[in-house]
Design a protein around this ligand. Structure first.
Ligand code: CAA
Length: 389
């Protein structure tokens, strides 16, 4: 990456970026294609990522994390995703969708109990909002949680849960008062060993195949009331606040994929010859390279800016929804743009499994879909700008 003049990195930031880059090259690059092909979950490398501190970068050391800031998280995630976006999303969910929510909304007891196992990478965390009939319109979920003395009984079917097939701890959102719609949703922590919890269909996916995704089933699943996160009815706001953080992670993931695709295309354009010259000398190719590079640097600014906005919010309490949505929107569309052009510049070789370029193409697409589609990001941005919400 280029060092941006307006983002001079501290020595600590450079250190985590370089450490993540070395780790990704040495530990993930050799196995990425194999796990993509098999669709198996990469348990061993995920544990190693935990030992490196990557699974809870912003979690304070007292709860088992690395105690660093949001920019450190983004820099490390970008490097991991440059090599493999599937490992990247497992890391992203652990850090933002799982740990950030507990840190921000959990009680002291919940932090002590539920952060260390996941921040250490020994156990996997997940976040479960989506249902078969409620994706973008998250406030219309049908799952129900009913209070019964000192416990809640959960019933429902959740879908598209990243790390669902392997997660040990899941933050799940359910309706406690359906008539109140968004204001009737509550957040809970469910341990996978709880009776009444099971995993449903594993999704066969186009990309990020090594990151397992599945349905989760709750059938009279009884959890202690102390596992409620926040107050009853706070769930929708918790889910949205956590997604703001998650979207910065997906922006970093998209940036990493875009950079990998760009690097491959740049190198190929400078080597491959046709009609007596390097293909990069054809303006049609050269302009693609120019557009890819420019969009990548713009994405980087948006993603790092969103990371700084989230960091600032730790003291001001302000929302960073707008910065996060703009970063995710632009970086994910840049990711798809770069992967598309990288395949085209490689011609037949871009379509071949012999090179990772086709994997970048398949992996890039999800960044425009999960943690809020591009259409949802445009809704968030336009509502904020027009003052409609
Ligand atoms: N932070 C805090 N509060 C927020 C908020 C945010 N980012 N966004 C909304 N709210 C609050 C609003 O202020 C409002 O509160 P009041 O009523 O007190 O004013 C309340 O929540 C309801 O807000 P809206 O009326 O705006 O809600 P809406 O129903 O119109 O939905 C939406 C807004 C932005 C479209 C939202 O539904 C959304 O983001 N949808 C996409 C969901 C999504 O990203 N799903 C992906 C799931 S995770 C995943 O992909 C899988 C995985 O494992 C990785």
């Amino acid at each position: 990456m280029s060092d941006l003049a307006i983002f001079p990195l501290s020595d600590e930031h450079k250190m985590i970026r370089d450490t993540a880059r070395d780790f990704a090259q040495n530990e993930i690059a050799p196995v990425a294609a194999e796990f993509d092909e098999s669709g198996e979950f990469p348990h061993e490398t995920v544990k190693k990522m935990g030992a490196m501190g990557f699974m809870g970068i912003e979690v304070p050391e007292e709860y088992g994390g690395a105690g660093m800031d949001t920019l450190a998280y983004v820099l490390a995630l970008e490097e991991i995703c440059k090599v493999d976006a599937a490992h990247g999303v497992i890391m992203s969910v652990n850090n933002s969708l799982y740990a950030y929510g507990i840190l921000k909304f959990g009680t002291e007891e919940q932090k002590k109990k539920f952060l260390p196992p996941v921040a250490s990478g020994k156990f996997v965390g997940a976040y479960s909002l989506t249902e078969p009939m409620s994706g973008s319109d998250a406030g219309t979920m049908r799952s129900r949680a009913v209070r019964d003395g000192d416990s809640y009984e959960l019933n429902g079917r959740k879908s598209w849960v990243t790390s669902g097939p392997v997660a040990d701890y899941i933050v799940v959102f359910m309706m406690t008062e359906p008539e109140k719609k968004q204001k009737g949703i509550t957040a809970f922590m469910v341990e996978a060993k709880t009776p009444g919890f099971s995993r449903g269909k594993k999704e066969p996916k186009l990309g990020i195949r090594a990151s397992a995704t599945s349905e989760l089933l709750f059938e009279n699943c009884r959890i202690p009331a102390e596992n409620r996160i926040g107050a009853e009815g706070d769930g929708f706001k918790i889910a949205m606040t956590v997604l703001d953080a998650g979207r910065i992670g997906i922006g970093a993931q998209a940036l990493g994929i875009a950079e990998a695709a760009y690097e491959a295309a740049r190198q190929y354009a400078g080597e491959r010859e046709a009609f007596g010259q390097k293909i990069g000398q054809f303006q049609g190719t050269g302009f693609k390279i120019a557009d890819m590079k420019t969009r990548i640097e713009a994405s980087r600014l948006l993603v790092y800016n969103a990371a700084l906005a989230k960091e600032r919010a730790k003291t001001t309490g302000e929302r960073f929804s707008l910065e996060a949505a703009m970063a995710k929107l632009f970086a994910s569309e840049t990711s798809m743009f770069c992967a598309h052009h990288a395949v085209q510049i490689h011609g037949g070789m871009g379509y071949s499994k012999e090179l990772p370029v086709e994997r970048y193409f398949r992996d890039a697409k999800i960044t425009e879909i999960y943690e809020g589609t591009s259409e949802i990001q445009r809704m968030v941005i336009s509502r904020a700008e027009l003052g409609l919400k």
